[in-house]
Design a protein around this ligand. Structure first.
Ligand SMILES: [Zn+2]
Ligand SMILES: [Zn+2]
Length: 208
């Protein structure tokens, strides 16, 4: 009888240990992997149709689906935009129109800079010679701590002194440059939005 009880409790104990180990393993791996809402691959990005959209309206996307969505957004955008190279740190990489930004943040100079530089940009893409409507600006020195400074003072005073001259790009080449940066520096963003609407604007790494 005693032998039987010991045997039984050993089985119960073994089962409990097994159960908790498996459960813990599942808890450790499950929540960290987000899935792309388009293809089911691992997702590192939230895509929103319109900037500053509610979290629940955002779609999770893998790099491949994000790039093809951005190609669509950039190619169908008919106005012009300054595009600041993606940088690791700030959680968002989003578009704002100069008009809407200027109304909301009167002291900020980034919309004035954007207007001034778009006015004098080259009309042909540096990479392929097609019609250019994006002005690419590199972002060396931009971090999660100083992106607010770039928004306040504009990029001509903050980024341009330590970066190459801005270059004009067509929609396809611009998205190629963005994709290259995301892959090379393994940058993940909580929110990415493409340029939308009839107004000129700017795209940059930021938080709000
Ligand atoms: Zn996907
Ligand atoms: Zn091009």
């Amino acid at each position: 009888m005693t032998f039987f009880l010991i045997f039984l409790s050993a089985i119960v104990l073994a089962w409990l240990i097994y159960f908790f180990v498996i459960r813990k393993k599942n808890l450790d791996t499950e929540p960290t992997v987000k899935r792309c809402s388009v293809c089911g691959a691992e997702s590192k990005y939230g895509y929103s149709e319109n900037t500053e959209e509610e979290i629940k309206k955002m779609k999770s996307m893998c790099i491949k689906c994000l790039v093809s969505q951005l190609k669509n957004d950039y190619c169908t955008f008919s106005a012009r935009a300054v595009v600041i190279q993606p940088a690791p740190g700030p959680p968002c990489y989003v578009f704002h129109s100069n008009k809407e930004w200027g109304k909301s943040y009167k002291e900020s100079k980034i919309d004035d800079d954007s207007r001034a530089y778009l006015l004098r940009m080259d009309i042909l893409c540096r990479d392929c010679g097609q019609k250019a409507n994006f002005l690419w600006i590199e972002s060396k020195g931009l971090t999660v701590h100083n992106f607010g400074n770039v928004l306040r003072k504009g990029f001509s005073e903050t980024l341009l002194p330590s970066n190459p001259k801005p270059v004009s790009l067509c929609a396809n080449c611009c998205v190629e440059h963005i994709a290259e940066e995301l892959k090379e520096k393994e940058i993940a963003y909580l929110e990415v939005s493409g340029p939308k609407g009839p107004e000129d604007g700017f795209v940059m790494p930021m938080a709000y």
